[in-house]
Design a protein around this ligand. Sequence first.
Ligand SMILES: [Ca+2]
Ligand SMILES: [Ca+2]
Ligand SMILES: [Ca+2]
Ligand SMILES: [Ca+2]
Length: 562
Amino acid sequence: MPVPYLSRSRHVSPLRDWRRCRRGQRCLALAMLGTVLLAGHVACAQNLIADPAKVAIPTFTEETASSGLASVYTGEWQYMVGGGVATFDCNGDGFPDVFLAGGASPAKFYRNASARGGALKFIAETSGLELDKVTGAYPLDVDGDGIMDLVLLRVGENVVMRGLGNCKFERANERWSFDGGDGWSTAFSATWEKGANWPTLAVGNYIDRSKETDPWGSCTDNWLHRPLGIERKFAPAVVLKPSFCALSMLFTDWSRTGARDLRVSNDREYYEGGQEQLWHVQPGKPPALYTEAEGWKPVRIWGMGIAEYDVNGDGFPDYALTSMADNRLQTLASIAVGGVPKPVFKDMAFDRGVTAHRPYQGTDLRPSTGWHAQFADVNNDGFADLFIAKGNVDKMPDFANADPNNLLLQLKDGTFREAGGLAGVDSTKTSRGAAVVDFNLDGKLDLLVSNRRELAQIWRNTSTNAGHWIEIAVHQDGPNRDAVGGWLEVKRGGQVMQRELTVGGGHASGQNGWWHFGLGEEGKADVRVLWPDGKAGAWEGLAGDTFYVVERGSPARLWVPH
Ligand SMILES: [Ca+2]
Ligand SMILES: [Ca+2]
Ligand SMILES: [Ca+2]
Ligand SMILES: [Ca+2]
């Protein structure tokens, strides 16, 4: 199937804007925000001309009103962060079901009733998940029984909810000896440490919630919940000191050595002497921070969300970090040939055009506030795109109020260009969490965004110019049923797309289900799994535009939605 391209002669490209500025054309300094100077960052005042880059602009159609979803993330100070959504299939039909955190209001669960390729339809159901004070949620099959469980982050006690089947859940803190604490939890990730038969959970906690009048410097401890020996429950939590008001966490094999370390993105608004963090989390050892002696370089941002993808194709994950004003895109500074890289990251957000530091349209030129970030190939051209949810914390005067969400399309040269407006997802509501997920199983990724004090919104991807695709579910026997920590490799033409199977990151929002890859003009792909224990599955030639279930030790099985 050919992939038609649209030219966008009137499109305003921030990336071109930057490049023109860098060529010395007339520019104007952008902004002071409080005492913080956006050093070196300028915005071009000129109108723009046609960009020769070609990329298929996707089309999204908002279906909030007809979808059946009606959920608002409510609450005052303690809900200024959070606002997560979780997507997972809890009734075995392959269609992702939806959980929306409600903040001060009860959370809501919706069963996905969409027809394949049809309009997005959801039905509110009582699931047992309807707790209040929920900030975010991550699906995770904690007990490996093949039935999805859900970790609820809350203001107050966190709760692990055990899946019972058919989208019913029950509290399992006692059963699994999980200490939910009493903090203000805002970040989560999970991994299976080597040899473990039970997951390790990291929970990030924010400000001391008793200190509303003077919160600065009151960041509370993040917790690491490790297995209790072989008992298939959690040991008492270990504190991760120091903690700096985490708003996103991600276990990730950044070095490709099989070591799944913990990245933590922290909000400088409230920490004292903090920075971004990377923890060694190695079996049998206490967690330990990577140090400057090891090469780690301090970075201080208003860290809100983490998204991982191997953007530059070097086989190592890159990390988008959302913030206020400039967002980051970190990549390894150097990779020793045949050696283990040092944890030295450099930023490539500017070069790649993903700083996304202010609204790309409208008249509000104050800096942006970024939250959930997710790499996803929304036009199926084989190049992962980047969605960023945007929204003011709460009418902060130094930051944009009309702050449209970003949809940054990756071009063939690895740079990105903004297409939120052209694609129709440029909502200026006060967004927080999100999920870029194929809700109607037509191979095109749809979009769900939660908003503070406003209705969550959902868009169907109605593109007619998208490329081929493949969606894959990965399972193995044993406790780590969904092969968390493994990698999926999809080869199309001469390019191998590599993707780590992670749980965590984003902003208070997690997804479990089909791993989606765009294939561009290739109607087929070679696919293999690198399992969490490091063993490689066999390459298999699979057809595009369809679904496969890969069970370890068996050939990939074609799956067709009903
Ligand atoms: Ca379902
Ligand atoms: Ca389970
Ligand atoms: Ca793409
Ligand atoms: Ca879809």
